[in-house]
Design a protein around this ligand. Structure first.
Ligand code: ADP
Ligand code: MG
Length: 728
């Protein structure tokens, strides 16, 4: 077995960069080549079909079947011309990742042959046999019907000869079984609510879009080393492994020179992204060794999220071409930084105004402050829910660890914005002189010209204002961003409606509009201040302080999921039309089930590695040592023999102790698992996995990692951190 390890290390260290097939033409030429975007629509659809489709997309109108037929015909022609043989409805089930079922375009031609066909009906709706997708009990397996339906707002694309049609996935009875359906509902809710508030300032506003710019962090590992680590293969993270002597303490990796092999991978990935219309822009080394990041230019949130999901599968594919495996797990290696996926989020009107960007006039700035205050209020009211959206069996390792956002949701605003909020909060109503837009003088004394210094950053905050957007940093690297975006957009939509109701009511009583907005903004600031924290989010004092402020400090994922079922959450999602109570309950079942399953798999793999890999290796080494002691005792006599053999004896004892503790803890872990598996309700099962199984895994790991330092390097069965982590 040690042979395998050494061969792997050897293979890994002598690999050369793989040559990338770089297109001859410039990027403008091949960008979105594989996407049925508006330009292709224009080219391949009859003129009236094109106009009707664009109108449906822009104004969120339903599509008639007749129109769909015409779109399908053009789309098929384009797809076939570009080498597609199959099509699939591409959707985002409640497991992380994406799902697809491919069908060939062929149909019988009635003469014993086939024709390639694709109708509007097939484009618009399908019924995948979806019984094996998690549904939290909404569908029984015998009622396996689930519908996937075309999301016209996200363009179809071709990958590996398959035309992929982005779709939502819902049950026969209409409940969402995916991430996209509620995301679209939340985006719709925030569009309406934010446009309502934005119209106070600009009556011409019709729509508000939510934007997302994700920053995808990931690790790369050589495939030979990966293959020699069953834990990486099965769970995506190392379940054992002592920290290497050098890891990230020199901070020499961040923004450092990118190793040639990795650079080839990045280039290849970037080209693939561009062909698929993913605007990949930034690439760099991250803090930890072998850790990297890719960020695109931000896009409308639904499209951006589709692109992120697409990227995650592209990464896996392209990594293989370069003899790498990509690790999207939030914490593949203990003791060094984990991976996140910062979600840069903003709102902008169809008149081109970013609503979290300060403006030039006091009135624009009043709008800016009002929107910021409402985000504060939403995140404050739903701070437990916000955390529930990002916590998972994998992300739990990252949150609260010393490098990552803590398991407390707070907001960083920066000193300038903070000062302005202070002024607004502390000025009494009488001091405010406000006049309407048409008057000559508009004096909003509390709202001066605002210039936000972009360098005022706080890296320890899970939710930070960064100049013209908020950056939600607690999102995990393997997650579907939709989970966070659904709650964030819905909560902000609900809050903006509440705000607008109050402003409307005041205006109805004759209060000047700006005055009413300022009053209500002040109220929101006052009531939401506890969510704001500009200090060091990693510090121990903050944990205490946050608890005093009544912010949620729970760290157990299964218990966090309860936040989805609190009355205020259920009501908020009902008001915004994003989730019904039944959907929330069903989705929580899935979350708990996924949690238990992930820990269960890890526990099984760890048990196997401990008993069948580590213990035999340690026993072999122990017996070598025993042999040595025996021989010493044969050669030397009495005190002398004892003296010479003393260190080996001590080591033998330490090895024995660790092996004993591994064996007994594995046994306890198996029993704890058995007990957990007998629990019939998913919530209790997940809690048992969290409380009873997981801590034993940590103990087992500790003993294994101790053994790694004792046992002969040549006998150790698995590639070590220092071997896994430094791509040359
Ligand atoms: P950082 O310093 O955090 O790495 P970057 O400038 O690299 O910041 O931007 C990170 C991401 O934020 C990019 O995807 C970028 O397109 C996105 N972004 C920039 N402005 C906005 C915005 N207004 N709304 C949403 N995302 C944005
Ligand atoms: Mg960032």
């Amino acid at each position: 077995m040690s042979d395998l390890r050494f061969k792997s290390v050897e293979t890994a260290s002598c690999r050369k960069p793989v040559k990338v097939d770089v297109p001859k033409e410039r990027v403008e030429k091949y960008y979105a080549k594989q996407v049925f975007n508006r330009q292709k629509m224009f080219e391949y659809l009859p003129k009236d079909t094109y106009t009707a489709l664009v109108d449906a997309i822009d104004n969120k109108k339903p599509l008639s079947l007749k129109l769909a037929d015409s779109v399908a015909e053009g789309m098929k022609r384009w797809a076939i011309e570009n080498g597609a043989r199959h099509y699939t409805h591409w959707f985002h089930p409640l497991t992380d990742g994406t799902a697809e079922k491919h069908d060939a375009f062929i149909e019988h031609d009635g003469k014993g042959g086939v024709v390639e066909n694709f109708s509007g009906k097939l484009l618009v709706q399908q019924e995948p046999d979806a019984s094996s997708f998690p549904n939290g009990g909404i569908r029984n397996t015998f009622e396996a019907r689930g519908y996937s339906a075309w999301d016209i707002s996200s363009p179809a694309f071709i990958i590996d000869g398959t035309l992929c049609i982005p779709t939502i996935f819902i049950s026969y009875t209409g409940e969402s079984l995916d991430y996209k359906t509620p995301l679209l509902k939340a985006l719709n809710a925030v569009d309406k609510a934010a446009a309502r508030v934005a119209r106070y300032f600009d009556p011409e506003v019709k729509h508000v879009s939510s934007y997302l710019g994700w920053e995808q962090e990931y690790f790369l590992v050589d495939e030979a080393l990966y293959a020699a680590r069953p834990d990486l293969v099965m769970t995506g993270r190392t379940l054992m492994g002592h920290e290497s002597a050098k890891n990230q303490q020199l901070e020499d990796h961040y923004f450092g020179a990118i190793p040639a092999r990795v650079e080839a991978f990045m280039l290849d990935l970037e080209i693939e992204c561009h062909k698929l219309g993913i605007p990949a822009k930034t690439r760099h080394n991250e803090v930890a060794p072998n850790q990297f990041e890719l960020a695109p230019i931000f896009e409308e949130a639904n499209l951006a999220n589709d692109h992120n999901l697409l990227l995650m599968s592209l990464m896996a594919e392209v990594a293989r071409r370069h003899n790498f495996r990509v690790l999207l797990h939030e914490k593949p290696f203990a003791g060094i930084n984990g991976s996140g996926k910062h979600n840069n989020w903003s709102l902008g009107t169809d008149r081109g105004k970013l609503l979290f960007a300060p403006g030039k006039t006091p009135e624009e700035n009043l709008q800016f402050i009002a929107f910021v205050a409402n985000v504060m209020a939403a995140v404050n009211k739903h701070n437990a829910l916000m955390k529930a959206t990002i916590i998972s069996a994998t992300n739990q390792h990252r949150l609260g660890a010393n490098e990552a956002p803590p398991a407390i949701i707070s907001m960083f605003l920066g000193s300038q914005l903070n000062k302005i909020l202070d002024e607004i909060e502390n000025t009494s109503a009488e001091d405010i002189i406000l006049e309407g837009k048409n008057k000559m003088k508009l004096e909003i004394s509390q709202i001066p010209e605002i210039k936000i210094d972009n360098t005022d950053r706080n890296r320890t905050s899970p939710f930070a204002f960064t100049g013209n957007r908020f950056e939600y940093r607690a999102v995990g690297s393997s997650a579907n961003c939709a989970a966070a975006l659904i709650a964030l957009n819905a909560a902000v939509a609900d809050q903006l409606n509440y705000f607008a109701d109050a402003v409307d009511a005041a205006m109805a009583k004759g209060v000047d509009r700006n005055q009413a907005i300022l009053e209500e903004t002040r109220k929101q600031i006052r009531e939401s201040r506890r969510i704001q924290f500009d200090g060091n989010g990693y510090s121990e004092e903050w944990k205490e302080e946050a608890a005093k402020r009544g912010l949620d400090t729970e760290t157990s994922a299964p218990l966090m999921y309860d936040a989805y079922q609190r009355p205020e959450t259920v009501e908020m999602f009902a008001r915004t039309g994003v989730f019904t109570k039944k959907e929330l309950e069903a989705r929580n079942e899935v979350k708990w089930e996924m949690y238990s399953k992930k820990i269960q798999i890890e526990a099984r793999v760890l048990g196997d590695l401990a008993i069948n890999h580590v213990i035999p290796a340690a026993t072999r080494y122990q017996s070598l040592l025993l042999d040595n002691v025996y021989k010493i005792k044969q050669l030397f006599k009495g005190d002398k023999a004892d003296k010479i053999a003393r260190q080996d004896m001590a080591l033998i004892e330490q090895i024995a102790d660790n092996m004993a503790s591994i064996k007994s803890n594995v046994e306890l872990m198996i029993n704890a698992r058995r007990k957990a598996n007998h629990l019939s309700d998913e919530r209790s099962k997940a809690i048992a996995y969290h409380d009873d199984v997981f801590p034993l895994m940590e103990k087992i790991r500790k003993s294994i990692d101790d053994l790694e330092l004792m046992v002969d390097n040549e006998i150790w069965p698995l590639p070590k951190y220092r071997e896994l982590l430094f791509i040359r």
